[in-house]
Ligand binder design. Structure first.
Ligand code: PHE
Length: 463
């Protein structure tokens, strides 16, 4: 069995929560919600986080906790032990393939995630150098960044290096310790900024945009976008939660951990919506897509003024520093998922596995990193390479892997075994919860995902 990757249990708990609350909430949620017309995305998103996300988080934790291995090894074991799997599934190692796809997804995601982390580093550096205080304009800065291929590749490389060092060496304790005080600070900072933002004139329009039911923005891909985003933001379908589950103590309360994680993550996304959209409606900025967060936020930072000096810049710096550390925790969890697979199943040393996965991630990351410069004229289905990566991984691969995980844990694992890991003798209500969970996992999650994927395919075919 693999040695625990984290120095303390609390440390891993923090890293998992931090890796859930990260770029998915701050960077991705606002622009996907905007693309899909606001409330027509946000309302199904809240619903899906509970009905789809929560059962899947529980399924991955149970998978890791049951087999104490990374996701491919766990799926392999599940196939061997499964009583219910039809012969064909056993012979084709179907579940193992689900695990492998989870692994591929983590590598692809790591690659383009690293590019966005590079952007965060860049904005952090701009605040640290006082560029915004001297009239720097966020939209111009962002354009300069995305059209500069060398800079993007350099920043991506720096981020992958930092992540690889943290995964291979003892830096984890440092990351854990800094997360312990940084995450509460980050949450407090966001709440403060939300309050500032809600005092802007555009706040009412923003609230209406986010929560007033309106179905004008719905398209054939909306449902898969919702499911994909739920997987992305809750870190489902890439094996990272299974690694977390494998390091949990036998008596830990899985339902409690999962409910907290889903509730906190979803609440924070909604807060981020209330932070970004009042700015957009107030300043009437024409911005959308992956640059949305970077274009919008400096406007609220610059509004905070103190008597003697410009606190806005300090707040901007603190914000991007916290965001970077949270994104680093995500990257560590992502790289850890594929590294632990090489260590568990192929006997690699941790160092060698990290080197290999680091290099692979960097090579794959060159495509999205260069999508605004050298490869700017290269598009697939009218999407830039960056958007194409995001669409393929989040809207297609993650929902399908999630479907596989739901079926494997729902039908493949023995009910008794799951019950033992799930039900807490001191809390009789966990028994009812277990039954509801199993029902959702076996029927609601798969049917919902299959329906969403079919609607999306029909949309693609009929153009
Ligand atoms: N959930 C993270 C986010 O919201 C992304 C992530 C996915 C992190 C998978 C780790 C594993 O940014």
């Amino acid at each position: 069995m693999r040695k625990a990757a984290w120095s303390t249990r609390y440390g891993y708990y923090l890293v998992t929560i931090a890796s859930a609350f990260s770029l998915g909430n701050l960077w991705r949620f606002p622009f996907v919600a905007q693309d899909n017309g606001g409330a027509s995305f946000v309302i199904p998103y809240i619903f899906s986080a509970l009905i789809i996300g929560l059962p899947l988080v529980l399924a991955e934790i149970i998978l890791g906790k049951a087999y104490k291995q990374s996701v491919i090894g766990a799926m392999d074991q599940l196939t061997k032990e499964s009583m219910l799997a039809p012969k064909l599934l056993k012979r084709t190692h179907f579940w193992v393939w689900v695990g492998r796809f989870a692994n591929y997804a983590s590598v692809l995601l790591m690659a383009y995630y690293a590019v966005i982390c590079g952007w965060v580093l860049y904005f952090l550096a701009q605040y640290a150098m006082g560029v915004f205080g001297h009239g720097g304009e966020s939209q111009t800065l962002f354009q300069e960044l995305s059209s500069n291929g060398y800079l993007q590749v350099g920043l991506t490389m720096v981020h992958i290096l930092i992540t690889a060092v943290a995964v291979s060496k003892g830096l984890k304790e440092g990351v854990e310790r800094s997360l312990g005080w940084l995450m509460p600070l980050f949450l407090a900072l966001i709440i403060f900024l939300v309050i500032r933002s809600l005092m802007m004139p555009g706040a009412v329009d923003a609230i209406r945009f986010l929560f007033y039911p309106n179905f004008s923005g719905i398209s054939s891909s909306t449902l898969t976008q919702v499911i994909g985003h739920v997987c992305f933001t809750l870190s489902i379908g890439m094996g990272t939660i299974a690694v977390f589950g494998s390091s949990l103590r036998d008596d830990s309360k899985v339902s409690q951990v999962s409910v907290r994680m889903v509730a906190l993550d979803t609440a924070m996304s909604l807060c981020v919506g209330l932070l970004i959209f009042p700015i957009i409606f107030t300043t009437a900025k024409h911005t959308s897509g992956p640059s949305l967060m970077f274009d919008a936020l400096p406007a609220v930072f610059s509004q905070v003024r103190c008597e003697t000096f410009n606190c806005g810049e300090l707040i901007g710096m603190a914000f991007f520093l916290c965001l970077y550390i949270a994104a680093l925790a995500s990257s560590i969890a992502l790289l850890e998922a594929s590294v632990s697979n090489l260590v568990d199943r192929h006997g690699f040393t941790r160092m060698r596995a990290t080197r290999r996965m680091g290099v692979i991630s960097f090579v794959v990351a060159l495509l999205p990193a260069l999508s605004g410069s050298v490869l700017v004229n290269f598009s697939i289905s009218k999407m830039s390479l960056m958007r194409f990566f995001d669409t393929v991984v989040v809207n297609w691969i993650l929902p399908l892997v999630a479907l596989g995980i739901a079926m494997a844990v729902g039908f493949g694992m023995k009910t008794e075994q799951k019950k033992k890991l799930f039900v807490d003798a001191d809390q009789p209500e966990t028994m009812t919860l277990f039954r509801d969970w199993q029902f959702l996992l076996r029927w609601v999650v798969p049917l919902f995902i299959i329906f969403a994927v079919i609607v999306n395919i029909i949309g693609v075919i009929t153009g």
